[in-house]
Design a protein around this ligand. Structure first.
Ligand code: CTP
Ligand code: MG
Length: 388
């Protein structure tokens, strides 16, 4: 049984003192993304997610709002709030903006940046099914001793101990009530909920949800990640409009005085070839299957709309573009005078280097002839995953 609506609270307002970096821990890089970006990416795929609330330090509010705009997803309400002086105070700040009608809240440390989506789902389902608080937990493998300074007082039975992780999940009303009535500071929500008198149970945790506290932890996380690259190809052609009523858009750029291209969209063959190359590399279909004639909302859409939607899709699936190369095939317009401008515009849009070249086909009429032009693109993208 799964909850109908879930909210995730992502805690990223800590200083990261033990990590010892100049920026707060959540904003430290791990394999090309901040810890917070990893956590957001894994959270956004949670089943029935309705709201994502992120707590950040005051100085990082603007930057995170920008990240939110980049990652936003239609079905999810994303809120970024300034955290409090303790973890618990940050959770309380997040709960102050929780939307109505949320069944289950999952509270997660962005310090556990690589916690997989399945772990969030497992916790949320267990909360809803059992109507109790749920935490992911792992067995303790070391022998455990109780000590006073360096003297061993006794051995503790490790079979009665577990390591608690996050995300920790709770029924919304119980978590909110517990926070409102809290009068001491706890290191996690399970402790707070138990002090409140609520029941908390465990589900199987996941090593991937390891907590990054020190520089050594960050190195361990780094070494457990591996990155794979994928390549894709895209081809597109459009016919010139003979009425002279259409503008020419090529590479997200207007070419004044040139004949426009016909198409369901603006006919930007460069943008379309790039979109197909990116989608193809990610195994996410092509421009037709994602934005084709059966999706009326994309009728007449510009190349930049297709491209930004494509980048969002890649992002949701964990892919980052590494570079794109695109070649315009056709006699006109002459590309050379504006090549640098096109490369700049496209690189900025994609967030990775884009190179642009051009060729003619000797009037052979393959991808282009005097009736139209074409483009061919290749894209290289990267995905970072856990383990080998
Ligand atoms: N956290 C928070 N608000 C605080 C303190 C902590 O949102 N006032 C968040 C952190 O960003 C982190 C999680 O709570 O994701 C767990 O805290 P911890 O691992 O202790 O992170 P930091 O407090 O940032 O690290 P340190 O204690 O080393 O300063
Ligand atoms: Mg801390």
């Amino acid at each position: 049984m799964e909850p109908r609506s879930v909210a995730v609270v992502l805690l990223a307002a800590g200083k990261g003192e033990r990590l010892g970096r100049s920026e707060p821990k959540a904003f430290v890089d791990l394999a090309g993304r901040s810890l917070l970006e990893h956590a957001i990416q894994n959270s956004l795929r949670v089943r029935n997610l309705r709201q994502l609330i992120i707590t950040v330090p005051q100085q990082y509010l603007e930057q995170t709002l920008e990240l939110e705009r980049k990652l936003s997803k239609e079905s999810v309400n994303i809120r970024v709030v300034v955290g409090g002086s303790t973890r618990q105070a940050s959770v309380a700040e997040a709960l102050a903006v929780i939307a109505g009608g949320i069944d289950v809240v999952l509270v997660h440390d962005s310090a556990r940046a690589l916690a997989p989506t399945e772990l969030f789902d497992r916790v949320a389902d267990a909360v809803f099914e059992n109507q109790v608080g749920v935490i992911p937990a792992l067995k303790v493998v070391d022998s455990i001793k109780r000590v006073r300074e360096d003297a061993v007082l006794e051995s503790v039975d490790r079979d009665t101990l577990v390591r608690a992780q996050t995300p920790q999940g709770f029924l919304t009303k119980v978590l909110v009530a517990a926070h409102l009535s809290a009068n001491s500071d706890y290191t996690d929500d399970a402790a707070l909920l138990q002090a409140y008198g609520a029941t908390v149970m465990t589900v199987e945790g996941d090593e991937q949800a390891m907590k990054i506290t020190t520089a050594a932890d960050l190195e361990i996380a780094q070494s457990r990640l591996h990155s794979s690259t994928k390549v894709g190809v895209g081809v597109d052609s459009h016919r010139f409009d003979e009425t002279g009523n259409r503008e020419l858009w090529l590479g997200l750029t207007l070419w004044e005085g040139e004949a426009g291209l016909l198409g369901h969209s603006d006919g930007d063959v460069i943008a379309h070839a790039i979109v197909d190359a990116l989608l193809g590399a990610a195994g996410l279909g092509d421009i037709g299957s994602n934005f084709g004639v059966d999706k009326p909302e994309f009728a007449g859409a510009s190349g930049s709309v297709f491209l930004s939607q494509t980048l969002k899709l890649l992002e949701e699936n964990g892919y980052t573009p590494l570079n794109v190369s695109v070649e315009l095939v056709g006699d006109k317009p002459k590309l050379a005078p504006r090549r640098q401008e096109l490369e700049n515009v496209l690189s900025e849009a994609i967030g990775a280097p884009v190179s642009v070249s051009a060729t003619t086909t000797d009037g052979l009429g393959f991808l282009s002839d005097e009736r139209g032009i074409g483009a061919v693109a290749t894209a290289l993208i990267r995905k970072v995953g856990w383990g080998r």
